[in-house]
Design a protein around this ligand. Structure first.
Ligand code: NOJ
Ligand code: NOJ
Length: 492
């Protein structure tokens, strides 16, 4: 009886601390659960709307519903594929009735149509598959642009591969998505062939500015090839599967070159051979985005990679004193831009700003790595990631490089809690700069903090939502773990 009362009190207390009463007023700086939840709901609505643009072809995802200043009323293969990968996740994780399978079906058909469209990157079914953006009605965009961008077909390949796996699990036919036939007659096969044959070439980066070999592009290409190979094997295309794995391994053998051990930094681009030339620091949040977007079951260069974590620290430090909004509000997580030398204002050239999706990415890396450590019951502290942890610990206790903190160590929970609290500061940063209408633009002005650049950027909503879900997952796991811990202690 007494034990039961204690247990009850503890679980109530734990539940309460997970939903601790926090100020609802965003401007006060405290992170509000209510705000986050409402913002998530709103984000899902906007993501849904991104596929319902009047004049847009079925399956087309608008980057942002802004037709001028800036004109983002286009389908970008990258933004669209990241969005559909997330929609697929929402579908399989259940209870999201507003999302429909038809959206994936339409997206697959629209993508196939684009593959069959000649465009300035090259002919249909060939080099044209590297084209970064199309008109929303599915015709080619013929203006000048940084092209090709080879991350797009890779992200699209794994997004649709995952959908195909879902269909296979239900015993459904996927031959309209993948067939072994060569030259390719299906959307996934065409993307995989493109990735497998073009990855060694330089292309423009995800910011559409620098031509070279990019860490982000390589990492998503590797993921596309590995998941594509698994699908190919399931569909009796063994020779192709072997070829895709071989190419993925070849990519892997180059990934070490991105690591600068003196700077403790994964540089963003190697062998620049065109485009903008002023990113001298080589510090770029796209490396952190790569760890999130290309994440898979192998944990390869994912959120727990100490190289990724070291790079996150460099990214954070590069913006800490650069943007006045950071020095004005040091209590909030650092507002993060794309890279410190950025000159894109969101509408033209001048001074770059903080980005919602970049700031959310830092939160997500903290949440996701904390969850992974909890699952693995140990936290390896290295020379590379010590600073990443210390940023969260804020001097409350000490850890040192070389030790592995296991779950029996009192610092284990303390460190994971500190990481979640640190991530929360980045969410609080976004909350702080979001107006009452919940509109997530592309950027947050470096001086005023006001949202700026493309209005209702679809990618901002996706980035916010994946970070929010990562938070939900780690908070839940922590609660379960602590309950379990309490139960086993009280049993003694
Ligand atoms: C528009 C691109 O989308 C953006 O990423 C880039 O920074 C500017 N053009 C300037 O090149
Ligand atoms: C500019 C960004 O740099 C690029 O990554 C993105 O694809 C487009 N805007 C569209 O959102």
């Amino acid at each position: 009886m007494k034990l039961l009362t204690v247990l009850l009190a503890v679980s109530v207390a734990l539940a309460a601390s997970a939903r601790a009463p926090r100020p609802l007023q965003a401007r006060e700086g405290g992170l509000s659960d209510d705000w986050m939840q409402q913002q998530y709901k709103f984000a899902l609505e906007r993501i849904d709307l991104s596929m319902q643009q009047p004049g847009g072809a079925p399956g087309a995802v608008v980057a942002a519903p802004s037709k001028s200043n800036p004109d983002y009323w286009y389908f970008w293969v990258r933004d669209g594929s990241l969005t559909l990968d997330y929609i697929h996740h929402l579908l399989v994780s259940g209870n999201n009735p507003q999302f429909r399978r038809q959206q994936l079906e339409d997206f697959a058909a629209f993508s196939r149509h684009l593959q069959l469209t000649d465009n300035p990157s090259g002919p249909a079914s060939g080099a044209g598959i590297g084209e970064p953006k199309f008109n929303l009605d599915g015709t080619a965009f013929t203006g000048g642009w940084g092209r090709p961008q080879d991350d797009g077909p890779a992200i699209r390949a794994f997004a649709l591969t995952r959908y195909a796996n879902t269909l296979l699990k239900e015993g459904k036919d996927v031959s309209y998505l993948y067939r072994a036939e060569m030259p390719p007659t299906t959307v996934i096969k065409a993307d995989l062939e493109y990735v497998a044959h073009y990855w060694q070439e330089t292309c423009f980066d995800i910011w559409e500015e620098v031509k070279g070999h990019h860490f982000y592009t390589r990492l998503v290409q590797r993921r596309a090839l590995l998941e594509g190979a698994d699908l190919a094997r399931r569909l009796n295309d063994a020779a192709a599967a072997d070829f895709y794995v071989q190419q993925a391994n070849a990519i892997e053998s180059y990934m070490d070159y991105y690591w600068d051990s003196n700077r403790k930094l994964l540089v963003t681009t190697l062998d620049r051979d065109g485009g903008l030339d002023y990113k001298n620091s080589q510090i770029d949040v796209q490396v952190v985005l790569a760890a999130l977007h290309a994440a898979g079951s192998d944990d390869y260069l994912g959120p727990t990679s100490d190289r990724i974590q070291a790079t996150a620290v460099q990214v954070i430090n590069s913006f800490k004193n650069l943007y006045p909004i950071n020095t004005q509000h040091p209590d909030l997580g650092t507002a993060i831009g794309r890279y410190p030398e950025d000159q894109y204002t969101g509408t033209g050239t001048g001074q770059g700003n903080a980005w919602v999706l970049a700031t959310a990415a830092i939160a997500e890396v903290y949440y996701k790595s904390a969850l992974r450590y909890r699952q693995q019951s140990k936290i390896p502290v290295t020379n590379n990631n010590l600073a990443f942890f210390q940023m969260a610990i804020r001097g409350q206790f000490s850890i040192s490089a070389g030790e592995v903190i296991n779950s029996k160590d009192t610092r284990f929970n303390n460190l994971l809690d500190a990481m979640v609290a640190e991530a929360d500061r980045y969410m609080a940063r976004i909350q702080f700069h979001t107006a009452a209408d919940r509109n997530l633009h592309e950027q947050m002005d470096r001086y005023s903090g006001y949202m700026t650049g493309a209005t209702h950027l679809t990618w901002s909503y996706v980035a916010y939502s994946t970070a929010y879900e990562a938070r939900q997952a780690v908070v839940k796991a922590a609660l379960q773990e602590k309950r379990r811990g309490f139960l086993s202690e009280s049993a003694i």
